[in-house]
Ligand binder design. Structure first.
Ligand code: DGL
Length: 253
């Protein structure tokens, strides 16, 4: 029997996916990982469907070429705008035995376990919010929930430009949170629907009333991946177990 040699690819437009990779590696340390950040073209959040799809597909192809059997789009914008087309249109011809997964579904599957008021807020990039992916997916699992959303177009640039601890970050975080809370008076749970946002968590907490739960995706996605690999032994058996992590970027490292 041949030795499994395939890696798990983790993709994001930039640094945000590292918040997800960290939790995955914590829960599944045995595998080999390849992280690809498309820093040269980040942020994706304000780009059109076509562009996000084109960039994401290019990066997925690269990860396949580099021997990834399974690619996780650790990017909500790419999950919202490109995942379905890649899964349905591209994969069958490109690599029918490989898999591409996203981060929105695992989050929407469990959000009902957190809220008591049945009012949930979603923070995300302009692309994720305008796609309506969160309300659409949440409705499938929890039709009783009210979902209110807020696009935060400045948050990813603040992280990508290393300004996430600056006073400028406070201004935009407070502005977007105030706007979100004004749209849903009884919000008790907020999804950080962008993998960059956990890097802003201290400032986000500073401007939120006590008692509101914040859902970051790292742990949720990691738990969901464990479940996926348990259910898909044909994929799991291909994965090499060398405990390595490699980082790639489309820009200067
Ligand atoms: N981390 C990506 C997400 O989860 C950020 C997208 C962007 O580059 O704007 O949506």
């Amino acid at each position: 029997m041949s030795t499994p040699s395939k890696k798990i690819g983790v993709f994001d437009s930039g640094y945000g996916g590292l918040t997800v990779l960290k939790e995955i590696v914590k829960q599944l340390p045995q595998y080999d990982y390849l992280y690809l950040g498309d820093n040269a073209r980040a942020p994706y959040g304000t780009r059109s469907f076509e562009t996000v799809y084109e960039y994401t597909l290019e990066c997925v192809k690269k990860l396949f070429e580099l021997d990834c059997e399974l690619v996780l789009l650790a990017c909500n914008t790419a999950s919202a705008k490109a995942l379905r087309t890649i899964q349905q249109k591209d994969l069958p011809t490109l690599a029918p035995h490989k898999r591409v997964l996203g981060v929105i579904r695992p989050t929407t599957e469990i959000v009902g376990n957190y809220t008591k008021t049945n009012v949930v807020g979603v923070l995300g990039t302009s692309g994720t919010i305008s796609s309506n992916s969160y309300p659409i997916e949440i409705e499938k699992f929890y039709p009783e929930l009210k979902v209110v959303q807020e696009a935060c177009p400045m948050w990813v640039p603040l992280v990508e430009n290393n300004e996430f601890e600056s006073e400028g970050a406070d201004y935009f975080i407070q502005k977007n949170l105030t706007s979100l809370l004004s749209k849903g008076k009884n919000i008790d749970t907020i999804i950080l629907g962008c993998t960059h946002y956990p890097l802003l968590i201290n400032k986000i907490k500073k401007y939120l009333p006590e008692g509101i739960k914040l859902i970051s995706q790292g742990e949720i996605v990691a738990t969901s991946l464990i479940d996926y690999l348990n259910r898909h032994s044909e994929i799991e058996q291909q994965l090499s177990k060398g405990k390595s992590i490699q980082y790639l970027t489309t820009d200067s490292s």
